[in-house]
Ligand binder design. Structure first.
Ligand code: ATP
Ligand code: MG
Length: 264
């Protein structure tokens, strides 16, 4: 059984174009079927506006689908009770492009990560030493020195901040991570460090991962399979290498041609 299944998943938005014209329908996600195995990394690629973030928000249950459903281990998310949804929420985590925007500037690294740890282990709230040890462990797991535990996000570089965001995501012991352009805001030299970190964590923890990017070269070595999205639809799905070597859809060909041929 697939870990996560998207069945006919659809999200339409109404967009007002003028005062006297009828609203236009934006088919942000349009009848998407996709089956994701446990422990798999799916690269979701496509040009800006093709619906990648909307698809991830549907999976995260931050948006209700217009049609279709998200099925987790054989269970439709729409059929879960609010209590079950609350519990499941810890199993799904997101990592965003801009870690500075997703971290609270007034919270230390300790508070940021501890808050997430407590959603999984509320009992640790009574055991400060154990909580601190757990936060330190998570920091080390993402390559941050735990001596910085009392520092604030602005005291770190972009790459380090993304490591903090990753540690916070891991703190809830998730099963699925959706990373939406997690390295796009970082210097190229830092990008590969963060990609390697995500790859290692995914293997060590057997995470299922959806890795969203407009840059095919970023997912080439990290994804098992690549799904190419265009205008709300998945127009190509295949093993990572085969999409690279033999792209079938015009959209994948355009994305491939957008990769600079000379890379330093
Ligand atoms: N809340 C909303 N209301 C109306 N339209 C929306 C809303 N959210 C997204 N859209 C539209 O849906 C389409 C898909 O947007 P989405 O953000 O999912 O694309 P994306 O692939 O993530 O793009 P990017 O690569 O730029 O992040 C776009 O045309 C967008 O304008
Ligand atoms: Mg997006």
């Amino acid at each position: 059984m697939a870990y996560l299944e998207l069945e006919n998943l659809t999200k339409h938005f109404r967009r007002r174009t003028g005062l006297f014209t009828p609203p236009e329908i934006v088919k942000a996600v349009d009848h998407v079927d996709l089956s994701i195995n446990e422990g798999e990394i799916i690269g979701l690629v496509g040009e800006s506006g093709c619906g990648k973030s909307t698809l991830s928000r549907l999976i995260m249950q931050l948006l209700m689908p217009t049609e279709g459903s998200v099925v987790l281990q054989g269970k439709r998310l729409a059929d879960l009770t609010p209590e079950e949804i609350r519990k499941r929420r810890r199993d799904f985590q997101m990592i965003f492009q801009d870690p500075y925007a997703s971290l609270n500037p007034r919270m230390t690294i300790f508070s940021t990560i501890a808050e997430a740890v407590l959603t999984r282990h509320p009992d640790l709230g009574k055991d400060w030493d154990k909580l601190t040890a757990q936060v330190s462990l998570l920091m080390e797991q993402v390559g941050l020195d735990s001596r910085y535990i009392r520092k604030y996000p602005h005291e770190f570089s972009g790459g380090q901040r993304q490591r903090i965001a990753i540690a916070r995501a891991l703190a809830t012991e998730p099963k699925l991570i959706i990373a939406d352009e997690p390295v796009s805001a970082l210097d190229v030299s830092i990008q590969s460090q963060i990609l390697n970190l995500l790859r290692h964590l995914q293997r060590d923890l057997n995470l299922t991962m959806i890795f969203i990017t407009h840059d095919l070269s970023v997912v080439r070595y990290i994804a098992d399979r690549i799904a190419v999205m265009e205008k709300g639809k998945i127009v190509e799905l295949g093993e990572s290498e085969s999409v690279f070597k033999n792209p079938q859809s015009p959209c994948a060909q355009v994305l491939l041609n957008a990769i600079p041929k000379i890379q330093f």
